[in-house]
Design a protein around this ligand. Structure first.
Ligand code: NDP
Length: 462
């Protein structure tokens, strides 16, 4: 007889929760996983996956344009938004099914309900009005777009959640924010033919990235016809009788658009979870506070993924889940490794990046060598497209280690994944130089930049 109904109770069926539940169940542990909406979480249901499908959809007009230089004449192109939405929904439903199947096959019990903590070992299954107990509880409830309630008229705006289900493609849209989501959706909407304006409060979009990438993508977006207004925020949103929105900006300009999308960061989902009853500590933005092992202040309750507000990325949540399994069920305490996380912004052109930006590296190292190439990729020669690619390696001059690698251009995300291995393995620039180029590719530039473009000494470019 065991004391508890389950060895592990997972709250939240997103990337992190599902991975932890599936692995623990596969080890023969008695596992239940509760999800109140759909399995797959933000990434599968209303994030990375549908977003990437939208990105593909939005790239076709440029492909059609580029085809002419290669001898193709393409007839009149027409786009049907409902078709895209229906096909996307079908794919999401398929993936959701796979998530469930993985859990079922491993032997986890799936509970389709909200789950609320009553104390450190007891969970209430809201829909079924029953309580269960578990030795270990894992909270993986993710986050949601920040609604920005302080903004008058914010209720007229949509977030990325609604963008995936709009009944009609708007004629014009304003997007507030300058992060991943704002930039990706600005390119999606523009590519689909929507008149798009991005409004960002800072000096340059994509705050945490290398300045070359930020400026490069900004220029490319403007050249395509996306309007970017920096140093401005929305002050007030009014809805006109004809349904259009009037957005008053801090720079005294008023935008009149069909839709406004807020992409101002994400808030951890911790309200109404019973954290107070269980004594679980939360931080300033409502996030669950955890130690290096993802353990909360209550020693049998753990939390992973966006609800902890560490690094809001799907692969990070999955990695945290695997570390949790090692720590709790394999007697191998393991802390997640957040160093040199490769990531991509699916803007158009894409950004692929790993390691330190030049600006951050300059704060950490006395001397840097910067290798930088800016060129028109071969595929744009016959197409006539003027868009440039930028590749950049940031090297610590003392050790020759490549501490940052940044790419702007087609397939940059794919390249970043492989560069991530090299940077994670702490390879030196000499290893890059010793690597034979793959010709003709754009990526060969990464192993053929033999001389530094410039150096940075004590934070100053020389
Ligand atoms: P980000 O944190 O990337 O960006 C938020 C943006 O909103 C920033 O530009 C920020 O400005 C701005 N902002 C925040 N508060 C305000 C405010 N009160 N008024 C005006 N502007 C404000 O968040 P996102 O919502 O874009 O994305 C959330 C997370 O999801 C990302 O951090 C990322 O980790 C993840 N994600 C990853 C993707 C990928 O891997 N490709 C794709 C999409 C999301 P400032 O820069 O000045 O702080």
């Amino acid at each position: 007889m065991t004391e508890f109904d389950y060895d592990l109770f997972v709250i939240g069926g997103g990337s992190g929760g599902v991975r932890a539940g599936r692995l623990a169940a596969g080890m023969g542990k008695r596992v239940a996983i509760a999800e109140e909406y759909r399995f797959g979480g933000t990434c599968v249901i209303r994030g990375c996956v549908p977003k990437k499908l939208f990105v593909y959809a939005s790239q076709f007009p440029e492909h059609f344009e580029d085809a002419a230089g290669y001898g193709w004449s393409v007839g009149e192109a027409k786009f049907d938004w409902p078709t895209l939405i229906a096909n996307k929904d079908r794919e999401i439903a398929r993936l959701e099914g796979l998530y469930r199947l993985g859990l079922e096959k491993a032997g986890a019990e799936i509970i389709e309900s909200r789950a609320v903590l009553l104390d450190r070992h007891t969970v209430r299954i809201v829909k079924e009005d029953r309580t269960v107990t578990a030795r270990t509880i894992l909270i993986a409830t993710g986050g949601r777009p920040t609604p920005h309630p302080a903004l008058p008229g914010h209720e007229h705006a949509i977030t990325s959640n609604e963008a995936f289900h709009l009944e009609k493609l708007p004629g014009s849209i304003a997007i507030a924010g300058g992060g991943y989501i704002a930039v990706e959706f600005a390119n999606i909407f523009h590519g689909l033919g929507v008149e798009t304006t991005l409004v960002y409060r800072g000096k340059e979009i994509l705050g945490r990235f290398d300045m070359d990438m930020r400026r490069g993508v900004h220029k490319a977006m403007v050249d395509k016809g996306i309007r970017i207004i920096c140093h401005a925020v929305a002050h007030n949103i009014g809805k006109r009788a004809d349904g259009k929105l009037e957005i008053a900006l801090s720079n005294d300009e008023t935008l009149t658009v069909d839709q406004l999308m807020l992409a101002l960061g994400r808030t951890p989902n911790t309200e109404g979870l019973g954290l107070e009853q269980a004594g679980v500590e939360t931080g300033t933005v409502g996030e669950i506070v955890v130690d290096d092992y993802s353990r909360t202040n209550v020693d049998n309750i753990y939390a992973i993924g966006d609800v902890t507000n560490r690094v809001q990325l799907t692969p990070v949540a999955i990695h945290e889940a695997m570390c949790f399994i090692d720590t709790v069920f394999r007697d191998k305490p393991t802390t997640p490794d957040f160093d040199a996380i490769a990531t991509a912004v699916f803007s158009q052109p894409e950004i692929g990046t790993v390691g330190l930006s030049e600006e951050d590296a300059a704060k950490r190292f006395d001397e840097l060598e910067i290798y930088r190439a800016e060129f028109r990729p071969m595929r744009h020669t016959l197409s006539g497209r003027q868009e440039k690619m930028i590749m950049k390696l940031v090297v610590d001059a003392a050790t020759r280690r490549v501490v940052g690698a940044h790419i702007l251009g087609v397939d940059a995300g794919e390249m970043a994944q492989l560069l991530g291995i090299a940077v994670k393995a702490q390879l030196t620039k000499d290893a890059f130089d010793a690597t034979m180029a793959v010709h003709p590719t754009a990526a060969e530039e990464l192993v053929t930049m033999y001389q530094p473009t410039y150096r940075v000494k004590n934070g100053e470019r020389v």
